[in-house]
Design a binder for this molecule. Structure first.
Ligand code: PMT
Length: 415
């Protein structure tokens, strides 16, 4: 079928990332973070501080990064030019992993007595700090002052977050390093075009729960992964994101304004409240079409006789937005079991959508759809034209959905 507008895949550019690993307990997570960065397509070089090598071996880091690991030992070898200057030409971004208060302080003060600090002074590309330290050290005015200095130079920070700490007897607190996946997301945000800057996206994710009584509800297997992927990529590309989410076990992407809901009526209230101020809506939420007509406030006692439930239809939230739509781009997801394209096109017309992404529950066993990391979708337009997309990760689906929205946005705004 001919496209009325083109949705061009925009592959992430492969980039060079220099990772500095510091001497914190969280250096133990460095090999996983390096592996994730490699899997995301980045070419790596690694510098490990002397203290980092007390927590993790150079060989482990080299194996995970598939690159040489540079240390103070090579730096002190006599060579022309200096290792730090040679390394400073390599990266498109620098990541300071398991960053300690000591490395932050050295950078903020412009010290250059070791390879990591000297390289930080020499590079001219975005620098991302991923701190990991004891909460008392993180909160100390000295560390916070150094952070302010580094931020004033345009350096970026991801984390720390509150959580269980690696040091014995310290329990939990604000100082834990973010997870390796969040490091990849933050790096991607640094090197990805911020082509959605200035746009506000409303993304819905996860299932709704329609309670029959205080302990039983009607729901579905939506994990929220599709919606969280859209939200994450939109944030990485500079958009403002309001994420309205049903109950899921995922951590929202940093930077999203999160509204937690349970029922379809709560989802409707949250979406209706945000709608006026957004530029685009992506409804991945799997909304229950019915709720109990008379939910019980007491737990229903089990009997041996059959139980008949009376259900009331929930409002069609997306259709309501379609009726109110002024400038917003509206995108839905359609879950169908048969005659997918025709039904999806019909939904797109009835709900006044710009396009809808059709997916099938029957692919769940193959690692596609509900709960999976991958999806296989068909983009369907209200006029019935469609594009079949091959199987890809939900992050990649999210990216292509956003490319499609941007195309629509530009198309509308040139008219
Ligand atoms: O969360 P994951 O595990 O990653 O799984 C992702 C997903 C399979 C849930 C997602 O890709 C998906 O298909 N979501 C939409 C499921 C659905 O409700 O489809 P539908 O065909 O019933 O609804 C069509 C559209 O109308 C959807 O955008 C839905 O959000 C919206 N809707 C539906 C019912 C209703 N009462 N109000 C609505 O707004």
């Amino acid at each position: 079928m001919r496209s009325r507008y083109n949705i061009l895949p925009m592959p992430f550019l492969l980039k060079n990332v220099l990772v500095l690993v510091c001497g914190s307990v969280a250096a133990g997570k460095a090999p996983t973070a390096l592996r994730r960065l490699r899997e995301a397509g980045y070419t790596l070089q690694v510098i490990a501080t002397a203290r980092a090598l007390e927590f993790v071996t150079a060989l482990t880091l080299a194996t995970a990064a598939e690159s040489e690991v540079h240390t103070d030992l090579d730096w002190f070898k006599v060579q022309p030019g200096g290792k730090h200057l040679e390394l400073s030409h390599f990266p498109d971004a620098v990541v300071v992993l398991a960053a300690t208060s000591d490395t932050m302080a050295r950078a903020a003060l412009g010290l250059s007595g070791d390879l990591a600090s000297a390289t930080l002074l020499s590079v001219r590309c975005p620098i991302l700090w991923v701190p990991a330290m004891n909460p008392r050290m993180w909160e100390h005015p000295a560390t916070q002052g150094h952070k302010t200095t580094l931020e004033s130079w345009g350096h970026h920070f991801v984390g720390p977050v509150s959580g269980k700490l690696g040091t014995r007897g310290e329990g939990a607190g604000m100082g834990r390093m973010v997870e390796p996946e969040d490091v990849v997301g933050a790096v991607r945000a640094l090197v990805t075009a911020r082509d959605l800057e200035g746009l506000h996206f409303l993304v819905t994710a996860g299932p709704t729960r329609e309670y029959l009584d205080p302990v039983r509800f009607i729901s579905n297997p939506s994990s929220g992964k599709m919606g969280y992927a859209v939200a994450k990529v939109a944030l990485e590309r500079g958009a403002q994101v309001t994420l309205v989410t049903g109950p899921v076990s995922l951590t929202p992407p940093p930077g999203a304004k999160v509204v937690q809901i349970e029922s379809a009526l709560e989802l409707k209230a949250a979406v209706d409240a945000a709608f006026e101020s957004v530029d685009a809506v992506v409804m991945t939420a799997a909304v229950a079409d019915y709720r109990a007509s008379k939910p019980s406030s007491e737990k229903e006692t089990k009997t041996s006789s059959a139980l008949t439930l009376e259900l009331t239809p929930n409002p069609d939230i997306l259709k309501g937005l379609g009726e109110r739509k002024t400038h917003q781009i509206l995108v839905g997801f359609a879950m169908e079991t048969d005659k997918g394209v025709d039904k999806a096109a019909d939904k797109a017309r009835r709900k006044n959508l710009d396009f809808i992404l059709l997916n099938y529950p029957a692919r769940v066993g193959e690692g596609i759809g509900f709960g999976a990391d991958d999806n296989e979708v068909t983009l369907v337009r209200p006029d019935g034209t469609f594009e079949v997309w091959e199987r890809m990760t939900k992050l990649e689906v999210g990216k292509r959905v956003l490319d499609g929205i941007l195309e629509r946005w530009k198309e509308r705004n040139v008219k």
